[in-house]
Design a protein around this ligand. Structure first.
Ligand code: SF4
Ligand code: SF4
Length: 157
């Protein structure tokens, strides 16, 4: 008998909690509907993918490689990003650049984004500001794992 009472008590208690959240959220939704801003967060539903939330400027998103004024990659194939990457997902092959000021450029630059943990170490380590993670691109899902291997042309574009 006591167990049965406890069972129904917990069902009623759970229902009260659910109803409380529903009413409180409905209240804040209604305020939001009329343009009244409140400090409370989390009462809004973003209708993804039709609606998208704003991404902070400092958010680390998909990588890109920077170009020089003449269109060539700013990267000098120093391998620092490849060395510092904890996921070992960067692969670079260096080639000799005819410009003695530059000396080397990446003939191959691959990032296996399926292994990347978006730590940003590669960006921090780069002495040339040649790699950035500021594209704002966060929708990276692919059906094919090979499509998650980003090459030099893609990164420069
Ligand atoms: S963000 Fe981190 S894990 Fe991803 S490529 Fe750069 S260093 Fe490697
Ligand atoms: S650290 Fe910068 S310059 Fe060096 S290989 Fe990486 S992207 Fe290129």
């Amino acid at each position: 008998m006591f167990r049965l009472f406890g069972y129904f008590f917990e069902i009623i208690r759970g229902s009260v909690i659910t109803a409380r959240h529903f009413i409180v959220n409905l209240f804040f939704h209604t305020l939001n509907l009329f343009g009244i801003k409140t400090k409370r967060k989390g009462a809004f539903t973003i209708q993804y993918p039709e609606q998208k939330s704003e991404i902070a400027e400092r958010h680390r998103s998909l990588h890109r490689l920077m170009k020089r004024e003449n269109g060539k990659p700013r990267c000098v194939a120093c391998m620092l990003c490849q060395t510092v990457c904890p996921s070992e997902c960067i692969y670079i092959e260096a080639a000799e650049d005819p410009d003695p000021e530059i000396q080397k450029y990446p003939s191959t630059f691959l990032i296996d984004i399926s292994r990347c943990c978006f730590c940003g170490f590669c960006v921090e380590a780069c002495p040339e500001d040649a790699i950035r993670m500021d594209t704002g691109e966060v929708e990276l899902a692919q059906y094919n794992k090979d499509d998650l291997m980003l090459d030099l042309d893609f990164l420069l574009s």
